[in-house]
Design a protein around this ligand. Sequence first.
Ligand SMILES: [Zn+2]
Length: 246
Amino acid sequence: MLGAHEIIKIWEIAISKPFWEKAILMLAPIYPSEPLNSLASLSLGQRNVRLFRLREQLFGTVMNANSACPECHEGVEFQLDSQVICDPNKVHAEQQQFSLALDESVLSFRLVNSYDLRDIAAIIEVEGPQSAEYELIHHCITAFDVNGVRQPTQSLPDDAIPALAQALKDNDPHCEIICRLTCPECSHNWPEPFDIVKFLWHELEAKAQIILSEVQLLAKAFGWWEADILSLSDVRRKFYLDGLNE
Ligand SMILES: [Zn+2]
């Protein structure tokens, strides 16, 4: 369980980092025996399940999210439950390498991880977002054989990409969380992607800012040091704050 001190520390370290790295920095304190590069090498599905578990520890299982209808732009609120999303029957494979047979060719691939997101971000910056998914999928190909003969991965035909994109998702449960939403105004129904990294980061950031405001109030009122206030439990901090308002 993360205390006030750890929440502030994560926020302070990760605030200037891109989201792929924020995800790893949020996980690091609750997996202290795993180095950052192991966490960054987790498949996105495995990473997401861990982020949902962290979210449960900090804020519970129910998440209230919102979006807007793509047809009429009406605001839509929706609720998710991480215990439903992280279906224990969808088990992540232990293996690192997967294969996909297409006619005479066999593609070997690994799952997408956080380092791929980092590399893709650099490509998007240079080439724009259109090539991102194609590049991401290409990143994960480890071998391409036709009739048993190894081929350069650059020679992979473009029509193999959709099948590989599907195989990447099928072999990595929870890598993509899609909610089906219906607009209360116009009944339009659409798939809404849910990003646990951004959702949890915004919650953690809000929590960090509340804690710092509380530190400021208590430090002013009692002359206590920041470190001493942060070492108080939430219950004790709230008790002293309530005392200030009486
Ligand atoms: Zn609508």
